[in-house]
Design a protein around this ligand. Structure first.
Ligand SMILES: Nc1nc2c(c(=O)[nH]1)N=C([C@H](O)[C@H](O)COP(=O)(O)OP(=O)(O)OP(=O)(O)O)CN2
Ligand SMILES: [Zn+2]
Length: 134
């Protein structure tokens, strides 16, 4: 089995409404995403997939959708205030954790036809969450 990983990065804000500690406050991360693809065979270029193609497909979407966006749960009481102020927001049905982001990015890359097996989101240098299908 061949396995490749492409790292991308983006910045975002969020908060975790039910968090008992500091993460219930609005804050931001400069996150790193690891996208892992696997294949039994290599293509005619000797690759699982060109790193540049993953960057083009996933990186563009991440930049347009997540980068410098504020991710908030649909029930977050701060939403009306930020909406009224014209802030850029992404309202989500689930708590905007690293786990949520890993699955969101996995699903996008998978639907794009890439043989993705795992996506990890590093929120900080020491904390990451991964999603891979069962
Ligand atoms: N399983 C998860 N736990 C936490 C998440 C998450 O998305 N999934 N998110 C947060 C906070 O948003 C934030 O990422 C804080 O993380 P943490 O590792 O606690 O950050 P620190 O910089 O304080 O880490 P230290 O290594 O302790 O300095 C919280 N938990
Ligand atoms: Zn956080």
């Amino acid at each position: 089995m061949y396995r490749i990983t492409k790292n991308l990065s983006f910045c975002y804000g969020h908060r975790l409404m039910n968090h008992p500690g500091k993460c219930r406050h609005l804050h931001g991360h400069s996150a790193r995403v690891e996208i892992t693809l696997e294949s039994e065979q290599l293509n005619e270029q000797g690759m699982v997939c060109d790193f540049a193609d993953i960057k083009q497909f996933a990186g563009q979407w991440i930049n347009e959708t997540l980068d410098h966006n504020m991710l908030l749960h649909k029930n977050d009481p701060v939403l009306p205030l930020l909406q009224e102020a014209g802030e850029r927001l992404m309202v989500v049905d689930e708590h905007p954790t690293a786990e949520f982001l890993a699955k969101l990015i996995y699903n996008y890359v998978s639907k794009g036809g890439f043989p993705v097996t795992k996506v990890s989101v590093w929120e900080t240098d020491s904390s990451s969450a991964s999603y891979s299908p069962a």
